[in-house]
Ligand binder design. Structure first.
Ligand code: EPU
Length: 419
């Protein structure tokens, strides 16, 4: 298993190109199942989760071609096998995103239930409830969700119990081909939802309201092919900014959209960072030890759960004490024990972590437990005294494109140790 060896102490300086967003690309790729015409995607990040989605689409019978660096063509022509097997779904929970499009286009889908997850139980009851409201008959048996509809799905009204990103996406895709109008309420407002709506509309769908808390969709008979550029990764952007702030550096993120991470930028300013932003770039400069910050993770546009671990790492070396409440996932503090092994002072009580800042972390062998937890260990190692070895970095390869190259370009001393 690959590991990262990181020698801390270098302020990060320079420019970094931000990749396309993983969490936008996954539902966009699933949406290609809604038409028999090819969809051409640009700025698709080269990541393990994307490779898993490619594998899944091929297994369903779609043709997927790499048509250039970060470009993909997906063509789901002809009769597909609407079965997403456990072996693939267990590798990546986002596989559940094929449920809505398969059901809408073929009238049937069998998708394995995703298993347990390191950050929480993550049920899919809202996806199921929503599809039932569009007329689907759903049975959960032998670990599979088996969904059927007689003829087309029909438009309906779905009021979600909570703002679910994946649930909203599945229902948008299903409703795009349903007969009649669908109203989705209490939906997620994440920018990735807006990117999906842009793609669906370019395919001929009629989706309105994405980015607000209700989405109205007029179903159409068929959808067609198009070109689409995946939006920039706001979480990758935020992660490099945190790394720059912690190392007291000066980093510009290019090809990004700073307006999509306002809650993160506000907290970095509160920590004492100086930010400059343009339409597609953001620059952070930091010349002092950060001030501790407190926050709660909440659905967009509030502070994202996917940045919680990286900010916790920042608080470990900050001036003062910060309180962090995680309200989205019930078990997203797995990085705490690892950060504490590096000398951090973090106490957890239920959903709240209290981080007492110290002057300096000490290198230690640590283990990555999930994607964002991995990044928190990387940024912690960048400021620790000595050499940190991070094990199980396959987690980071799921969601950060060429992370060690990008960090090295900024001056970091990071090596991949291949075993
Ligand atoms: N939930 C339910 N029932 C459902 C669906 C969700 O109870 O049917 C709960 C979840 O258990 C969770 C909350 O609702 O407590 C929010 O979950 P959501 O459905 O919004 O999350 P997701 O779609 O499974 C996406 C991202 C995650 C990100 C969350 C929250 C993708 C592929 N994944 O997950 O990204 O943390 O939204 O913003 O888009 C990551 O990139 O590291 C990552 C975990």
């Amino acid at each position: 298993m690959d590991k990262f060896l990181i020698r801390g102490g270098v302020p990060l300086e320079g420019e970094v190109e931000i990749s396309g967003s993983k969490n936008a690309a996954l539902p966009l790729m699933a949406a290609a199942l809604l038409t028999e015409e090819p969809i051409h995607f640009q700025t698709v990040p080269n990541l393990r989760d994307i490779a898993t989605m490619v594998q899944l689409l091929k297994c369903l019978g779609a043709a997927v071609q790499v048509s250039g660096e970060n470009a993909l063509e997906i063509c789901a022509a002809g009769a597909l096998t609407p079965l997403a097997p456990y072996d693939l779904v267990r590798k990546m929970r986002a596989s559940i995103l094929v449920l809505g499009p398969l059901l809408a286009r073929f009238g049937e889908a069998r998708v394995s239930l995703p298993g347990g997850c390191a950050i929480g139980s993550r049920p899919v009851d809202q996806h199921i409830k929503g599809l039932q409201a569009l007329g689907a008959k759903i049975q959960v048996e032998n670990g599979y969700v088996h969904a059927r509809s007689e003829g087309r799905l029909r438009g309906g009204h779905v009021l979600f119990d909570m703002a679910t990103v994946g649930g909203t996406e599945n229902l948008m895709m299903a409703a795009a081909l349903a007969d009649g109008e669908t109203l989705l309420e209490n939906v997620a407002r994440e920018p990735e939802i807006v990117d999906l709506a842009v793609l669906l509309n370019a395919m001929g769908a009629r989706v309105e309201g994405a980015g607000s808390d209700s989405i109205r969709i007029q179903g159409v008979n068929t959808l067609h092919g198009c070109n689409h550029r995946v939006m920039p990764d706001r979480i990758e952007t935020g992660s490099y900014l945190v790394a720059a702030v912690m190392t007291q550096g000066d980093v510009t993120c290019r090809n990004t959209r700073p307006e999509l991470l306002e809650a993160v930028l506000v907290k970095l300013e509160e920590a004492g960072a100086c930010l400059k932003r343009g339409g597609d770039w953001v620059r952070v400069t930091m010349r002092q030890r950060p001030q501790a910050v407190s926050f709660r993770t909440l659905p967009y546009p509030a502070f994202p759960t996917d940045m919680q671990a990286q900010f916790m790492a920042m608080n470990t070396i900050a001036n003062g004490t910060g309180t962090i409440a995680e309200t989205i996932f019930e078990n997203r503090f797995m990085h705490v024990q690892e950060l504490n092994r590096m000398g951090a002072r973090i106490a957890v009580d239920g959903h709240t972590a209290v981080v007492q800042g110290i002057e300096r972390l000490e290198a230690a062998p640590v283990m990555a437990t999930d994607l964002r937890a991995s990044m928190s260990l990387v940024v912690a190692a960048l400021v620790a005294n000595g050499e940190t070895m991070i094990d199980r970095i396959y987690h980071i390869d799921r969601g950060y494109e060429r992370v060690e190259f990008k960090l090295r370009q900024l001056g970091a001393r990071i090596e991949r140790v291949v075993r």
